[in-house]
Design a protein around this ligand. Structure first.
Ligand SMILES: [Zn+2]
Length: 447
């Protein structure tokens, strides 16, 4: 493989928009026909909505097809265990099982066929090439291995690229640091919060980022890498260039990623059809408008999703990127979860906005938490942002500016609570940012 070439697959990545959309339409029509023919789940859904695969003659005709929600998939699995009737290929084609993490309810089972594994490996290799990963790189894979989609897909992609992999997973922080020193990994894959944790430990061990050969970080599993304050902290703390990655269990891993322009995450549009839908009206959003990302598999065989309601918020820009790629981008990445929205005193905000403010203060650690409680006497909601201050004596000085920053970003003033450094839990997987302790609510939700 020629290391100097710019694109992994130039023909697909830079295909004219018209040609790309024609390819999407061909694949979409074939996919709908297959779902209708081979899946009782889809046939019934389409019949109920009064739509037939042949009714879809253009990409925008997808709007006639009904959405698929996570709740619906859970109910389907329960009624037709273990996998539901949306499994559109026979068992002999199944290669792997990758359920959702189950942070918001019973896990949803997703299957990859052998062909799905090949496609996923190939598009993941493409996205890693876009980040600048090349044959000969040493990849320290700090994504969790096993059932979660990210560890396996990037592992397969590394092989596709001809890289040496250290399949360490999301644990053993001390050993992560040992490997960064020797053999000297050049690429790190992990969640942004785990990368910050590694950077913290690196500093505590007195190792300078210049002492390690690490040069690229690919970060996913949660938002963060596109928040400029977070990106800067990761890049400085590890001496690297950081890129954002996005995937979800029901659709697949690594389905959107940044390019060198860092002008949003490019979707793998030859395999997916992306729509942005207004959460209330359920109509297509205007270009650039933020809404819920609704995703349709164009090539996936085993558990294909047609108009999957992701609950993730983003916008879509179909104009050609400065990098030369034509695949649509979500500028600013994933902006939050539709159900992670905090409504407080009439204002609406997302954890990512709090993150932006908190991480712009060098006096604070990278960890934070949004606690929702009910005032025991007044029975009204309280919202408190919990942060860690590295030195207690800084608190009186930074409190007013932190308050002001949160007010400007969130349009409301939450309470602020300072706790000593290292009080909040460090995560290697997805950080939970919202603790909902209001009356009648239980547990926590997280992105
Ligand atoms: Zn680009």
């Amino acid at each position: 493989m020629n290391k100097t070439r710019k694109y992994f697959d130039a023909e697909i990545e830079t295909m004219d928009r018209d040609k790309l959309e024609a390819l999407q339409l061909r694949r979409l029509r074939a996919q709908l026909k297959r779902c209708y023919r081979d899946s009782e789940f889809y046939r019934q859904k389409f019949q109920k909505a009064g739509v037939k695969p042949d009714d879809v003659r253009s990409l925008s005709d997808i709007k006639y097809c009904p959405f698929v929600t996570k709740t619906e998939l859970r109910d389907e699995q329960l009624a037709f265990p273990p996998f539901g009737r949306h499994t559109a290929t026979p068992p002999e084609t199944w290669a792997e099982l990758h359920p959702s993490s189950g942070t918001t309810g019973a896990p949803v089972n997703n299957l990859w066929s052998f062909r799905d594994v090949r496609n996923i490996s190939r598009w993941t290799a493409r996205t890693m090439w876009t980040f600048g990963v090349r044959p000969g790189d040493i990849i320290q894979n700090g994504f969790s291995y096993g059932l979660w989609v990210a560890g396996m897909s990037t592992h397969y992609a590394a092989r596709e690229l001809g890289c040496f992999v250290i399949p360490i997973g999301a644990s053993m922080t001390e050993r992560q640091i040992d490997y960064l020193l020797n053999p000297g990994s050049t690429v790190l894959l992990s969640t942004p919060s785990y990368a910050l944790h590694i950077a913290e430990r690196l500093k505590e061990r007195g190792i300078s980022p210049e002492d390690i050969p690490l040069r690229i970080g690919c970060f996913g599993g949660e938002g963060g890498a596109e928040v400029s304050a977070t990106r800067e902290k990761i890049e400085k703390g590890l001496g690297i260039e950081a890129f954002d990655y996005f995937g979800l269990a029901e659709i697949g891993p690594t389905v959107a990623s940044e390019c060198s322009e860092k002008a949003g995450i490019h979707w793998v549009e030859d395999h997916l059809l992306i729509e942005v839908i207004h959460p209330e009206t359920k109509k297509t959003c205007a270009p650039g408008e933020v809404g819920v990302l609704v995703i349709t598999h164009l090539t996936k065989e085993a558990t294909p999703m047609v108009r999957y309601w992701s609950n993730d918020l983003g916008s879509l820009d179909k104009t050609k990127c400065k990098c030369g790629r034509t695949h649509a981008r979500s500028v600013g990445g994933i902006l939050g979860r539709a159900d992670d929205m905090v409504i407080y005193k009439g204002a609406k905000f997302y954890p990512v906005q709090v993150e932006k403010v908190v991480r712009s203060f060098c006096e604070l650690s990278d960890e934070f938490c949004i606690e929702l409680t009910t005032d025991p006497e007044l029975h009204i909601d309280r919202c408190t942002v919990i942060v860690e201050c590295k030195r207690e004596e800084d608190i009186p000085r930074i409190k007013p500016s932190l308050k002001k920053g949160l007010k400007e970003e969130c349009q409301v003033t939450p309470g602020i609570k300072f706790v000593p450094f290292n009080t909040l839990e460090r995560t290697t997987f997805k950080a939970k940012r919202i603790l909902d302790r209001r009356e009648g609510k239980r547990g926590s939700i997280g992105g």
